[in-house]
Design a protein around this ligand. Structure first.
Ligand code: HEC
Length: 112
C-alpha cells in the first residue's frame, strides 16, 4: 500500500501504470514474461513508468524518445548493448540472461 502510494507520487499525475496488471497494460504473452524479467532484474534500479531516477535513470517511454539518457540513439542496438555489457555504474546483465529472456525483456521495454 505504502509502496504503491510512493510509486504514484513519484510518477506524478496521470495514471499509475506501475500498479496496473499485464492485461490492463495490454501486454501480450511475450511482453508479460519480459515484464517479470524486468521486475526481477531491473526494477531495483529503474522505474519503468517514470522518468525519475532510482539508481539509474527512469525508463518511461524509453523507445518513444529519440535518445537514451546517455545521448545514444534509442534503438535496440544500444539498449541491448547496455543490458549485455553494462554502462557506467550499471552492471552487465548479459551473462545471466538467456537469449529468450533478453528478447522478452526488449519486447516489454518497447511497451513503456
Ligand atoms: C544495480 C543497478 C542497475 C541495474 C540492476 C540495472 N541498471 Fe540500467 N542503469 C543503471 C545505471 C546507474 C545507469 C546509468 C549508466 C550511465 O549512463 O552511467 C543505467 C542505465 C540504463 C539504460 C540507459 C542507457 C543509456 O545509454 O543511457 C538503460 C536502457 C538501462 N539501464 C536498462 C536496464 C535494464 C533493461 C536492466 C535490467 C536487465 C537494468 N538496466 C538493470 C543501473 C542499473
Amino acid at each position: 500500500m505504502m509502496a504503491a502510494l510512493v510509486a504514484f507520487l513519484v510518477a506524478g499525475c496521470g495514471p499509475n501504470r506501475a500498479g496496473e496488471s499485464d492485461a490492463q497494460l495490454g501486454l501480450n504473452a511475450e511482453q508479460s514474461v519480459g515484464r517479470a524479467v524486468f521486475n526481477e532484474r531491473c526494477a531495483s534500479c529503474h522505474y519503468p513508468y517514470s522518468s525519475s531516477s532510482l539508481h539509474g535513470p527512469g525508463l518511461d517511454k524509453l523507445y518513444r524518445k529519440k535518445y537514451l539518457p546517455s545521448g545514444l540513439p534509442a534503438n535496440d542496438r544500444f539498449v541491448t548493448q547496455t543490458i549485455l555489457s553494462g554502462r557506467g555504474m550499471m552492471p552487465a546483465e548479459g551473462a545471466t540472461l538467456s537469449d529468450e529472456q533478453l528478447r522478452e525483456l526488449i519486447a516489454y521495454l518497447h511497451t513503456l
